[in-house]
Design a protein around this ligand. Structure first.
Ligand SMILES: Nc1ncnc2c1ncn2[C@@H]1O[C@H](COP(=O)(O)OP(=O)(O)OP(=O)(O)O)[C@@H](O)[C@H]1O
Ligand code: SF4
Ligand SMILES: [Mg+2]
Length: 319
């Protein structure tokens, strides 16, 4: 396996609820790696901690416990100034480009900003050249740089969001539901653009999505999250074909007709997702798991590594 770019160890993020001693356990002890050049897909139901994990990895949020390292450097103790240097190497693409782009700025102003902050010595002409080249890379036209975000379609706006993320030649990009807000017909175009840019700029992606078909198409490895935990992580084909973890089984059974995946019965998940303020004892999935055993209610399963390298957090005997 290639070089580890991002190393996350036992990370927790607890948000205060406002009530004394009570916390939203948004991320509750996750460990995983992201390898240079790969696309790691992150899936799981709404509220399971995907976005929070993405933000912790970029230090847009501080961890409550645990460590995040980028290229061997631990981020916890870094000052704002030290982080500024790293910021250019780690970027994010948001779900809703309309909310993340300043409506009062033209595309030129939006895309010039990263250069003005990080390359103070660049002249206006040099910046103009960079912005024009960026616009071209994301499939927009030169005259678009004088327009405002509201003058674009959703797909074009996301292209601006992508241009901003890649402006400084980052190594690593967290993509948080980058196509979920777009029309289905536009999604494929934006995904293809992201794939082209990945090749051209040798990017590494952490790709968060609800859409298990897009994840299957676009990612190399997949991480399945449930209630602030990683329940399974491994190569895409192993995850989609073997479906070892009972939660992965249920999640994937909801997408029939995915080529190359084993088809089985549709497993309906009963019961609501428990509150992350008061997560269940033992295995966080136990109240909804059809295989639940006594031990599951008492002991939280650790990630175990299978022969094919997939890691699964479950007490069941499996290979
Ligand atoms: N700033 C915050 N303060 C308090 N609670 C938060 C905060 N941010 C997230 N949460 C809570 O943390 C949990 C995880 O949220 P997160 O946004 O990471 O989930 P997600 O998997 O990205 O969900 P979605 O698929 O809906 O985007 C949720 O219960 C959410 O309400
Ligand atoms: S540990 Fe037990 S409850 Fe949890 S997923 Fe495995 S079988 Fe189900
Ligand atoms: Mg989210």
């Amino acid at each position: 396996m290639s070089e580890v770019l991002v190393d996350v160890k036992d990370v927790k993020k607890y948000f205060p609820t406002g009530e004394k001693g009570k916390y939203v356990k948004a991320v509750d002890g996750v460990s995983f790696q992201i390898y240079k050049g790969e696309t790691l897909g992150v899936v799981g139901e709404s509220g399971c901690g995907k976005s929070t994990t993405g933000r912790l990895v970029l230090k847009l949020l501080d961890v409550t416990e645990g460590t995040v390292s980028f290229k061997g450097q631990e981020l916890n103790g870094l000052s704002r100034k030290e982080m500024r240097g790293l910021r250019r190497e780690m970027q994010i693409i948001f779900q809703d480009p309309y909310a993340s782009l300043d409506p009062r700025k033209t595309v030129f102003q939006i895309l010039a900003e990263p250069f003005q902050i990080h390359n103070k010595e660049m002249s206006r002409e040099e910046i103009h050249e960079k912005v024009t080249s960026l616009i071209d890379h994301v499939g927009l036209r030169p005259e678009h740089i004088y327009r405002y975000p509201h003058e674009f379609s959703g797909g074009q706006r996301q292209r601006v969001g992508i241009a901003r993320a890649i402006a400084l030649n980052p190594e690593f990009v967290v993509c948080d539901e980058p196509v979920s807000a777009l029309d289905v017909s536009i999604q494929a175009q934006v995904i293809n653009l992201m794939a082209d840019l990945k090749k051209e700029f040798q990017l590494t992606y952490m790709f968060i999505s609800h859409d298990l078909r897009i994840i299957k198409h676009f990612c190399d490895r997949v991480m399945v999250m449930y209630l602030g935990n990683v329940v399974e992580i491994g190569e895409k084909t192993a995850i989609y074909e073997k479906r070892r973890h009972p939660y992965t089984k249920a999640l994937l059974s909801a997408i029939p007709n995915v080529k190359g995946t084993a088809q089985g019965e549709r497993i309906l998940l009963t019961g609501d997702i428990p509150s992350p303020v008061n997560p269940p004892s033992g295995c966080p999935f136990h109240p909804r798991c059809r295989y639940c055993m006594d031990i599951c209610k008492k002991e939280k399963p650790c990630l175990r590594t299978m022969a094919d390298g997939t890691q699964v957090a479950c007490h069941l005997d499996m290979e």
